[in-house]
Design a protein around this ligand. Structure first.
Ligand code: FAD
Ligand code: SF4
Length: 351
């Protein structure tokens, strides 16, 4: 690990000011970095992939709470721990999709440490990104992509570019995408809100940039809009190499609001493990509206969501796997929410 300085501010102004000296570095390896739970950043520092000259410990900032919003939603503090978020009574009852997605990830120890803000900014698990002896455009722009033509079993089937085929590893983010969350951020001069769909980016010719967050912006909160009718029919289905403690090969966040006649009033559908960002297509969701749930209807939605899917050979299997997972997740959602403890809510609202 390289030498670095350490500061522990107690408010956002101080934390953002601590970036100042390093502003000219921008995205450079030596740029100052916020550290929250440290479960990803410290690993990357130990592997020499990230080399911040200064760590700004933000754990003393007042963003650890989960609070009601005036519009009937929830405001998740960026420093609330993943475990506290998943087990919060309001999240479990009104956003069981989010709770289940968080608990499908990592291990209890990691979830106790990891924060909501850090989860959004965790970096890809591409093997080559962690190996600083091989070319990687995300780690060192312009060096090439070792995954193209290399080991690509875990890599993207949607939205990839000739410069990078990495996937975003988060489970939590797939549910946040489906729920239409909003990311609240603060810079030294202003604050802004970023719709979740615009937060992460596709690799294009700048795979070194995972998100649209500026280097001098701090995530303060993640807002969940009002829950609508999704709580009773939502499922997070994660397909992975082993039953726990593994990243998704493919995951599906599916949430349905059903009308009294059983037809679909609203649908939400997002995929994880398949692209550089959680993959959601609102046109596919709109096409489900008004339909009576059935396997052929869900298969058509899967066809549409995967219409541009393209494999690298070793990960071609992800395309039919994602198709079957979408149909299965939507079919399970019709029957009722599967909670984070595996309980079936039989279509009743869990509130
Ligand atoms: C062995 C292992 C298995 C895992 N398995 C899974 C899994 O199956 N599914 C899954 O989803 N995740 C998994 N994870 C990843 C884990 O969820 C993330 O490491 C964690 O969420 C990161 O949060 P953190 O607070 O520790 O972030 P940190 O490591 O502290 O920070 C990560 C990045 O976010 C930045 N940052 C943090 N907070 C803020 C903020 N408020 N504003 C601006 N920038 C900020 C930091 O500068 C850093 O660049 C696994 C991790 C490990 C080590
Ligand atoms: S897929 Fe992306 S992260 Fe992986 S080696 Fe290629 S450029 Fe690097």
């Amino acid at each position: 690990m390289n030498p670095f300085s350490y500061v522990a501010p107690t408010d956002a102004v101080e934390a953002l000011a601590a970036l100042g000296d390093h502003e000219s570095n921008g995205m450079a390896l030596g740029a100052a970095k916020f550290i929250a739970g440290g479960t990803n950043l410290l690993d990357l520092m130990k592997e020499n992939v990230m080399r911040p000259a200064r760590l700004i410990d933000i754990n003393g900032l007042p963003y650890e709470r989960i609070e009601e919003t005036a519009s009937g939603g929830l405001m998740l503090g960026a420093l609330a721990r993943n475990a506290d978020t998943a087990y919060h009574p309001a999240v479990r009852s009104r956003y069981p999709l989010l709770s289940a997605a968080i608990l499908a990830g990592a291990s209890p120890q990691l979830r106790n440490m990891a924060t909501n803000g850090g989860n959004l900014l965790q970096r890809t698990r591409c093997y080559y990104f962690y190996d600083s002896t091989v070319p990687c455009n995300k780690r060192e722009p312009g060096t090439g992509c070792s995954a193209i033509g290399g080991l690509s079993r875990q890599h993207a089937i949607l939205g990839a570019s000739e410069h990078c085929i990495a996937t975003h590893p988060s489970d939590m983010c797939v549910a946040l995408a489906a729920l239409g969350a909003i990311v609240h951020v603060q810079s030294p001069s202003s604050s802004r809100q970023i719709p979740f769909a615009d937060f992460h980016r596709l690799p294009g010719d700048r795979p070194d940039q995972d998100t649209h967050l500026a280097f001098d912006e701090l995530i303060t909160h993640v807002e969940l809009p009002e829950a609508r009718g999704f709580a009773g029919h939502s499922v997070y289905l994660k397909i992975r190499e082993r039953a726990s403690y593994a990243f998704a090969l493919v995951s599906v966040a599916a949430a349905l609001e059903l009308a009294e006649d059983g037809s679909i009033r609203q649908a939400r559908l997002a995929l994880g493990g398949v692209a550089h960002k959680p993959w959601r297509d609102t046109e596919v969701e709109q096409a489900l509206m008004g339909a009576m749930p059935s396997e052929p209807v869900f298969a058509k939605a899967a066809d549409a969501l995967l219409r541009t899917a393209h494999g690298q050979g070793a990960n071609d299997f992800k395309i039919p796997l994602a198709h079957r997972a979408i149909v299965r997740a939507l079919s399970l959602a019709v029957q009722g929410t599967v909670t984070n403890t595996g309980e079936r809510l039989n279509g009743e609202e869990s509130v």
